[in-house]
Design a protein around this ligand. Structure first.
Ligand code: ZN
Length: 90
């Protein structure tokens, strides 16, 4: 015997609507994102390379754009800091 999934009427439609709304919001945030690096203010030129190398971070509806140079510095600092933390722990 097959189990019949109980789905409230209209639930699927609502879910799809919510997903579409979330996607739209995301797209809007991306279109609306800053046009320069949030650290060194280097201008962002949208092309194949920059889209792959620049980092877009969305946090609490704030879009931050980071150029590859600054991103490299950030990850380097974070790595160093976590290493320091490890040393402190020992
Ligand atoms: Zn930068």
């Amino acid at each position: 015997m097959k189990k019949i999934r109980r789905i409230k009427p209209g639930q699927r439609k609502r879910e799809r609507k919510e997903a579409a709304a979330a996607l739209e919001k995301q797209a809007a945030a991306f279109l609306d994102h800053p046009k320069e690096c949030c650290i060194c203010a280097a201008p962002f030129e949208r092309n194949h390379e920059s889209v792959k190398t620049w980092q877009v971070v969305v946090k609490e509806d704030v879009v931050r754009l980071t150029c590859p140079t600054c991103w490299g510095r950030i990850t380097e600092t974070l790595e160093r800091r976590s290493e320091e933390l490890c040393i402190e722990k020992d």
